[in-house]
Design a protein. Structure first.
Length: 202
């Protein structure tokens, strides 16, 4: 069975963490939906501070100033979340799983594919609607940073790629096997229905 060649990521920031001969299967950031709350909080805080500043009399300017400090603090938190999202990547290669994270202190968590003992794939109702899923990984000597990868975009495709790499088959082959099983089950159901009709006719 021929395997599809892995995808090679030319990003220098990623290539520095790969060894010779190691190829990237998938490289992803978390789904942008994780940025909705920080963005909404920053916009709301700034809009509220602006409205209060305009409507506050001169005798209460101190309260308006405090609210501006709070709004700027919320904005700084939102920007930090944006930069953290941009700098955090989950990477699967043909040899291991990596989580690149951290702003001031860069961290690389790693789990060899050979040590993955279980991989659970969850999709909540919001995840189905907006297109993300959660991978729960288990292994001997488990790294907690890699135990749960949430808000994975294109989760069906990425799940197939990682599972195919773990089992040493191409993801197209995995899809074909699933389709073949479904067709066999459907044919078996038709045969059973036909046998039942023939028995009833007798």
């Amino acid at each position: 069975m021929t395997r599809r060649p892995p995808v090679v990521d030319d990003d220098p920031a990623l290539r520095r963490y790969l060894v010779a001969g190691e190829h990237v299967v998938t490289s992803i950031r978390r789904h942008p939906v994780v940025l909705i709350i920080p963005s909404a909080a920053a916009i709301t805080a700034l809009a509220l501070a602006q409205q209060v500043d305009v409507r506050t009399p001169a005798s209460a300017e101190r309260a308006a100033d405090i609210l501006w400090y709070v709004a700027l603090g919320v904005l700084a938190w939102a920007l930090w979340r944006w930069f953290d999202w941009a700098r955090t990547r989950f990477v699967a290669t043909d040899k291991r799983l990596l989580l690149l994270h951290g702003l001031l202190v860069r961290k690389v968590s790693m789990m060899p594919l050979a040590k993955v003992t279980d991989m659970t794939y969850d999709r909540s109702i919001p995840g189905r609607l907006f297109g993300w899923g959660t991978f729960v990984l288990e292994s001997a000597g488990q790294d907690q940073a890699l135990s749960r990868i949430d808000h994975v975009p294109n989760s069906d495709e990425n799940y197939r790629k990682i599972i195919a790499e773990i089992f040493g088959v191409s993801d197209e082959s995995a899809e074909e096997e699933v389709e073949d099983v479904s067709e066999e089950e459907a044919a078996r159901g038709v045969d059973q229905a036909a046998d039942a009709d023939g028995f009833t006719a007798k």
